[in-house]
Write a protein that binds this ligand. Structure first.
Ligand SMILES: Cc1ncc(COP(=O)(O)O)c(C=O)c1O
Length: 407
């Protein structure tokens, strides 16, 4: 039995299983929570030990460890991605979204456009709009069953709209693409041509499966380019609530400008629990991560087989990276309300609604599969049972009658 097979009780304080959240988001509490992108696994032993050392010490004087953190991140990138990073180009931030919020404010003006490739992580809309900038949608297109960047649409928009930055998500949440070198190079060429900054959110870069290879935008650019990379050990090592984020800005002037602002707001203080957990993760977490990736690949394989045989009506976009799967339910021919009813009230699953990531994706849902395989299997059996049964009679009286059974 693998350590990842152990089923841990869901805690009411966890956002994903908090009853008030579930009720508010899904209108039900008796659902399996597979919506938030965090793991149902215990963190790696070396991270546990680093935290326990601090907790048993019981002293929390001012203590900063950023140089060691940056060295650990740089060493990790060299080892895992053959990417040489300059430890002097990092800036610590309290989280990736904080970093994006600061970058948008520092590198663009109010009213400027920021391009995002939709469907995309829904907080991107908030972080852009709350800074008074405009979200410019560059929809991904599906070609032969795979999501791809639409460079023609991107160039048209870069040429005609007042776009100052692209907020890239690599690996992409929710569609699971790990962008290839060629795709990223095209993106870099276009942004150079139109003098646009790339803000690259690489928070999912540790979860990449064996057939794909992660390439940071930093590997295709140099200090003359306008790029900023954001990362964090949160997703890779399941450290969501004890994680800091970091920025990597190779251009010296931009680095200085952003660092000054972050320093003036004291957003770079961090805390020693996160710092030492990060160091432990990046220096001693590799073996655990290898085991996790093997486990997740096995889970993906099971899902793919099951869906082919038992749920052919639902289309799976198998991820190259991230522990989320993107499901298309449109072949079921249900109204949006009927689909929601089927998934939430019949299959008893809390999945992330696709329209959070782009408004037209009402027939899509994202499922987090970083859970013991037995739980994922149960979720799929529940889904199959509901799909086979069709929308039941308890479905809201006002619904389109075509969606319901004949009763
Ligand atoms: C693409 C992406 N960026 C950022 C975050 C959140 O990062 P943080 O909690 O460090 O702000 C998430 C969380 O799901 C994410 O998927």
């Amino acid at each position: 039995m693998s350590q990842f097979d152990i089923i841990h009780e869901n805690q009411n304080n966890f956002a994903k299983s908090n009853l008030n959240y579930l009720k508010g988001m899904f209108g039900a509490t008796d659902v399996m929570p597979l919506w938030i992108a965090d793991m149902d696994f215990e963190i790696a032993k070396p991270i546990q030990e680093a935290l326990q050392t601090l907790v048993t010490r019981n002293m929390y004087a001012y203590e900063f460890n950023t140089d060691e953190v940056f060295k650990a991140i740089a060493d990790w990138n060299l080892k895992c991605h053959q990417l040489k990073l300059n430890p002097k180009s990092f800036i610590q931030v309290s989280g990736v979204l904080t970093g994006i919020g600061v970058l948008i404010r520092e590198l663009t003006e109010k009213g400027d456009g920021i391009l995002v490739q939709t469907p995309v992580y829904h907080q991107f809309f908030k972080v852009i709009e709350s800074a008074g900038r405009k979200v410019i949608h560059n929809k991904l297109k599906v070609v032969a069953g795979q999501y791809q960047m639409d460079f023609e649409d991107m160039e048209r928009k870069l040429k005609t709209l007042n776009i100052k930055a692209i907020l890239l998500c690599n690996p992409h949440n929710p569609v699971g693409r790990v962008w290839t070198k060629q795709e990223l190079q095209k993106l870099v060429d276009l942004t150079n041509k139109y003098n646009v900054t790339i803000i690259s959110d690489e928070i999912h870069s540790g979860i990449v499966y064996s057939k794909s290879q992660f390439n940071s935008i930093a590997s295709l650019t140099n200090s003359d380019n306008h790029i900023a990379v954001l990362g964090s050990p949160a997703k890779t090592f399941g450290m969501q609530s004890i994680s800091n984020g970091y920025l990597y800005i190779p251009n010296k002037e931009t680095h200085k400008q952003v660092k000054n602002t972050i320093g003036s707001l004291y957003l770079d203080h961090g805390n020693i629990l996160s710092a030492n957990a990060t160091i432990a993760a990046y220096t001693k977490g590799e073996e655990w991560l290898d085991d996790l990736l093997a486990y997740l690949e096995k889970t993906m394989h099971w899902i793919e087989n099951f869906m082919q045989k038992e749920l052919p009506e639902v289309t799976l976009f198998k991820p190259e990276g991230t522990y989320q799967i993107w499901l298309d339910f449109s072949k079921l021919n249900l109204s949006d309300a009927a689909l929601k009813h089927l998934v939430v009230h019949q299959a008893k699953l809390a999945l992330t609604p696709g329209d959070w990531f782009e408004s037209s994706h009402t027939q899509f849902m994202r499922m987090n599969v970083a859970s013991p395989l037995a739980k994922i299997q149960q979720a799929f059996h529940q889904l199959k049972k509901a799909v086979d049964a069709g929308v039941d009679c308890s479905f809201n009286q006002n619904a389109n009658t075509n969606d319901c059974c004949s009763c």
